[in-house]
Design a protein. Structure first.
Length: 202
C-alpha cells in the first residue's frame, strides 16, 4: 500500500466508527479522544501489516510526542488532507502539555476541515465536526509517510549520481512536487523518492 492508500484507510476506519460510543468499542478511558485515534491507527496497522502506525497512546500529548519521534509521521508545510491526524488546544494556555484533543481529518475544502473524533462533549460517541482551517484552536496536524530507503543510484556510464540527501531543493520545488502529489498525478519514480525523503527530513 502506498502513502495515499494508508492515509485513506485511516480516514475510512475513522468514518466506520461514526455513531459508535466508547462502550460499543470497549474503550477504557473516560477521556477517549486519543484512545479512539489509537484504535483507528492500530486497526490500520493490522490491516496493512505496518508497524509505522504504532504511535498510539491514551494521551494527546504523548501521542503527539510519539508521532514526532517516528520516521513515519511528519508535520507538513501545507493544509491538512484526508487521513491526517489533527491536534487541538482549546484553552490556548502556555503550558507543558498543551494539547487537549485529537481527531482524524476526513475531508477539507477551501475554508474548512471536517474531522472524525470522540469525546465527552459528544457523549463519548464518534462524530464528525467541522472547523475553519484557520482556527487558533488547531495546534498541529501530522501526516503518515512511509520513508524511502536511502540508495545510491549509478548511471549507465558508471559515473556515480548524487544521492537524494546531497541534492538541495528549494521550497518552490518542494511545494510544486507536493501539489502534483495532491492532484494524484503519476510522478517519475526518482522524483517521488526524492520528495518522500525530503518530507521525512523537513
Amino acid at each position: 500500500m502506498n502513502n495515499n492508500d494508508i492515509r485513506n484507510l485511516i480516514a475510512q476506519e475513522a468514518e466506520k466508527r461514526i455513531g459508535m460510543n466508547r462502550f460499543n468499542l470497549e474503550y477504557k478511558c473516560e477521556e477517549t479522544c486519543a484512545e479512539g485515534v489509537s484504535d483507528v491507527l492500530n486497526t490500520v496497522s493490522s490491516i496493512s501489516n505496518n508497524d509505522g502506525l504504532n504511535v498510539t497512546s491514551v494521551s494527546c500529548n504523548t501521542m503527539y510526542s510519539n508521532m514526532t519521534q517516528s520516521p513515519n509521521w511528519y508535520e507538513p508545510n501545507d493544509w491538512m488532507i484526508r487521513g491526517d491526524v489533527i491536534f487541538f488546544d482549546w484553552n490556548l494556555i502556555d503550558e507543558d502539555r498543551p494539547l487537549d484533543h485529537v481527531g482524524i481529518v476526513v475531508s477539507t475544502n477551501e475554508n474548512d476541515v471536517t474531522y472524525a473524533n470522540i469525546n465527552g462533549s459528544s457523549h463519548n460517541t464518534w462524530t464528525l465536526q467541522t472547523m475553519n482551517k484557520n482556527s487558533c484552536n488547531i495546534a498541529y496536524w501530522l501526516r503518515y509517510l512511509n520513508p524511502v530507503p536511502e540508495t545510491t543510484l549509478t548511471a549507465t556510464n558508471e559515473t556515480a549520481r548524487p544521492t537524494a540527501h546531497s541534492i538541495v531543493l528549494n521550497d518552490d520545488i518542494y511545494n510544486m512536487i507536493h501539489r502534483l502529489q495532491e492532484l494524484r498525478l503519476e510522478l517519475d519514480s526518482t522524483i517521488q523518492s526524492l520528495f518522500e525523503i525530503i518530507c521525512k527530513n523537513k
